[in-house]
Design a protein around this ligand. Structure first.
Ligand SMILES: C[S@@+](CC[C@H](N)C(=O)[O-])C[C@H]1O[C@@H](n2cnc3c(N)ncnc32)[C@H](O)[C@@H]1O
Length: 256
């Protein structure tokens, strides 16, 4: 199913020439298409390499839709690092967005081993990154990584997002950047979106991971894009972005 979705996406997806919104044009040309090297990327990727060779076996408790590739309750850290984390490409895109727009208040739903979190924290050294993980053993490995990188601007929270999101939002709002990368199901995705929306400002972005991962995720993504509060939405297939900018015509972009 994903293959046909990808094909459909690919045939529809445009590039810089197809973008008529100055804001999205700038995002695409100056942030998405910027491949400049950065020492922070090397720092984070060194930790990813260590994790990919970490043979420790941990008991994982997934409160979300789980992994399609490995549903065993015991997984090696290496297996999680290889299959369940955002790739360097997307982590670096998030980093550049945070730097470009000067985002300071960041929330990540679904920490896993904390590689993406580390990128977010490196991008906003004067900001704060809240991150929530339901599996304590996984979060402990993430905490080791935050220590390894001496990152002090991360507030890791252990718990089920369904139960702790409102408390976190009380402390973390207003939010500039929210990454939804935990429970890849329809209702939780819409619920988390609805809960986080009041914390968003005119310049905030919400990033949804794996928008084509399942029929439920596709449905949730379509509904979020159609929400009248969303002004601009961008489909990059692997992730989707939504913005709440005022005074612009509601528009949806499919970009590669
Ligand atoms: C795809 S991984 C996150 C990857 C991470 N953001 C990255 O890019 O490296 C999803 C994580 O969300 C966690 N999760 C799923 N549902 C959750 C829930 N309801 N509450 C808390 N954590 C949850 C899982 O335990 C898993 O570690």
């Amino acid at each position: 199913m994903m293959f046909f979705d990808f094909l459909k996406y690919y045939l529809k997806a445009g590039n810089a020439h197809s973008i008529h919104s100055p804001f999205i044009f700038e995002l695409y040309t100056k942030i998405y298409k910027d491949f400049s090297p950065n020492p922070d990327f090397d720092t984070a990727e060194k930790v990813r390499s260590v994790l990919k060779n970490d043979s420790r076996l941990i008991r994982v408790e997934d409160l979300g839709a789980g992994s399609r590739l490995n549903s065993s309750p015991e997984r090696t850290v290496a297996d999680i690092a290889r299959r369940s984390l955002k790739s360097p490409f997307w982590c670096q895109f998030f980093y550049r967005m945070i730097r470009y727009y000067g985002y300071k208040n960041i929330l990540e739903l679904g920490t896993s081993l904390g590689i993406t979190t580390s990128y977010l924290a490196l991008a906003a050294p004067d900001g704060k990154v809240w991150t929530v993980e339901g599996c304590e053993n996984t979060l402990n490995v993430a905490r080791e990584n935050f220590d390894r990188l001496h990152l002090q601007n991360i507030h890791p929270v252990s718990g089920n997002i369904d139960l702790c999101l409102s408390d976190i939002l009380e402390k973390s709002a207003p939010l500039d950047f929210v990454l939804f990368d935990a429970n890849h199901r329809y209702q939780p995705t819409l619920d988390y979106f609805g809960q986080c929306y009041p914390a968003a400002g005119e310049n905030s972005v919400f990033v949804f991971d794996d928008i084509y991962w399942s029929a439920e995720m596709k449905q949730a993504w379509q509904e979020i894009c159609s929400d009248p509060r969303v002004s601009l939405s961008v489909d990059f297939f692997h992730i989707g972005l939504v913005f709440f900018r005022k005074g612009v015509e509601k528009q949806h972009f499919v970009l590669k």
